[in-house]
Design a protein. Structure first.
Length: 473
């Protein structure tokens, strides 16, 4: 960048989650004058109330899982009956780690030279020229205006609220209120079987809580790979979870000592607490977008292209407020791409085909690339193989009966184009498949890679060998 360009590169970022703070670090690295406005704290909802807390809570549940069926390993213990969960201690740890992560991000931003403002911001008046007015309102000061050459909207999303099941913070809860409970629910009814609902249902089940999962679809996690979702649903049922398929929670009432959930067919399910996990809505209503002429699509999501541009030059958006893919990793990359593009750096457009995603249930479910639906419908021609983990030596040693590795490759070239892993720590196992897709590797190349024996990752290479054998036939 030339010195003259740097002098006029004033960037305002509204929202301090992954999309915002990662963008701020890139902008500071490129010597821009950066202001980051965040209402809750550095890291945003992702770090303070959503992703980091939920995965920390799940980590506690995984400790409980380690006590299950120890006798199969020749270990004598009292099992789950001899273990108790201190809900206050668990939730204090969740909050403590979230605040520590936020503090780390704040320190990194300050060290990079970013002006961090604790408050809110919105677009101001649309004036002629090459700058955009942003109205910044700190929590402890009056509103002031900033003229920015580039504005990045990274305001995230908020749990969706049902009019007939409004969270009260006592017994009817959204996922941000769970960590205020002073004791575990005796019977948790989870309304919504998407990723968030499935993750919390899995974690509370592991902690010994009676769980009822209300799913409006035929199976849990309906947008995930069908084989994977059915495998995890089978595990849920075997461990004692009640799953009400093709049921819809119509209303939830706090009776004072319990909750009563009325389903679509008129039946009533009673529990101690209800978790509402029916998706999220983007935080875009208070940004002045309509007045400024920024295009907003269905559901209030900001419309962006593959380099994070909105329809207004100089205004970009990243993260959950765009509705592109609600993943912290995608938000962070959208933010980086926005700044690189705005400052004239060479940048590749966002490629969703190489984005891996994970559901932190037990076992985990990780996916990348093409889906089974795309292959079955004929939209993407592919050959595939699915290997159960039951044939893997390391899985046998760990007494793992559930899970598999699935690979997709192009019929003619053998290029790897997709994969699914259901296993403990699938979030780690999906990486070699992701790297194969990113680097256009073939099943031949993956098959010739030497893996550790015994290892769960060995099943990935074995799947590639089977596809290579098919190729030779």
């Amino acid at each position: 960048m030339s010195e003259g360009w740097n002098l006029v590169s004033r960037i305002v970022i509204i929202g301090g989650g992954p999309g915002g703070y990662e963008a701020a670090l890139v902008a500071a690295q490129l010597d821009a004058d950066v202001t980051l406005v965040e209402a809750e704290g550095p890291g945003g909802a992702c770090v303070l109330t959503d992703c980091v807390p939920s995965k920390t809570f799940i980590a506690s549940s995984e400790v409980m899982t380690g006590y299950r069926h120890n006798e199969r390993f020749g270990i004598r213990s009292a099992g789950l009956e001899g273990v108790s969960v201190d809900a206050v201690a668990v939730n204090q740890r969740v909050k403590r780690l979230a605040l520590a992560q936020s503090a780390d991000i704040h320190a990194k931003l300050i060290k990079a030279g970013v002006d961090v403002v604790h408050g809110r911001a919105r677009l101001g008046e649309d004036t002629l020229g090459h700058t955009h007015q942003v109205l910044v309102t700190p929590h402890d000061a009056d509103t002031y205006a900033v003229e920015a050459t580039t504005v990045l909207l990274a305001t995230g999303a908020t749990p969706r609220v049902l009019a007939t099941a409004r969270p009260d913070g006592e017994r009817i809860l959204d996922w941000r209120q769970l960590y205020d409970l002073t004791e575990l629910p005796s019977h948790l009814i989870v309304i919504g079987s998407g990723v968030t609902g499935a993750e919390f249902a899995s974690a509370y089940l592991a902690m010994g809580v009676q769980v009822t999962l209300v799913s409006s679809r035929e199976r849990v996690m309906p947008h995930e790979d069908a084989d994977a979702a059915m495998a995890i649903e089978r595990v849920f049922r075997e461990r004692g979870m009640t799953i009400l398929s093709q049921s819809r929670g119509q209303s939830v009432v706090n009776t004072g000592s319990s909750v009563q959930v009325t389903l679509g067919d008129g039946s009533v399910v009673e529990g101690s607490h209800a978790l509402i996990a029916v998706g999220a809505v983007p935080n875009t209503a208070e940004l002045g977008l309509q007045e400024y002429g920024v295009q907003v699509g269905d559901g209030g999501y900001v419309t962006v292209d593959r380099v994070s541009r909105t329809n207004v030059p100089g205004i970009y958006a990243a993260g959950d407020c765009t509705g592109v893919l609600p993943l912290a990793s995608v938000a962070a990359m959208q933010g980086r791409i926005a700044i690189w593009h705005a400052m004239g750096e060479a940048v590749a457009p966002l490629r969703l085909r190489t984005v891996s995603a994970n559901v932190f249930t037990d076992p985990e479910l990780a996916t990348v690339g093409v889906s089974q639906n795309e292959v079955d419908s004929g939209r993407t021609p592919a050959r595939q193989v699915m290997l159960p983990l039951t044939g893997n030596a390391r899985a046998k040693m760990a007494d793992l009966h559930d899970g598999f590795v699935k690979l997709f490759c192009r019929p003619a070239t053998g290029q790897i184009i997709g994969g699914v892993v259901v296993a403990p720590k699938a979030s780690e196992l999906i990486l070699p498949i992701t790297m194969a897709i990113e680097n256009n590797l073939t099943v031949d190349q993956l098959a010739h890679t030497i893996t550790i024996y015994p290892s769960l990752s060995g099943s990935i290479a074995e799947a590639a060998r089977q596809l290579m054998q098919h190729e030779l036939q």
